[in-house]
Design a protein around this ligand. Structure first.
Ligand SMILES: [Zn+2]
Length: 79
């Protein structure tokens, strides 16, 4: 038995900020301390996601979108 076990690398690794994150843009699993742009794996992925949100907001069809998004009540009246 020795006291060196407490300061072993394996023990130190547990103290590390090693929360694993799933990048919502590219699907990569990475550690929080590996990125400059949490919660994304990279600045690029952050911008891609931001762009996607903005684009969706602008291009979201106000009415008469792709088939299934139609308001059922309005088509009821038409019948
Ligand atoms: Zn990513």
């Amino acid at each position: 038995m020795s006291h060196s076990e407490i300061s072993s690398p394996r023990y130190a690794a547990k103290m590390r900020n090693n929360a694993k994150i799933h990048c919502g843009t590219c699907g990569t699993n990475f550690y929080l301390d590996e990125t400059d742009s949490p919660p994304f794996c990279s600045e690029r992925c952050k911008l891609v996601d931001l762009n996607r949100w903005m684009h969706e907001e602008i291009s979201l069809p106000h009415e008469g979108g792709p088939g299934e998004l139609d308001d059922p009540s309005s088509s009821d009246i038409a019948h």
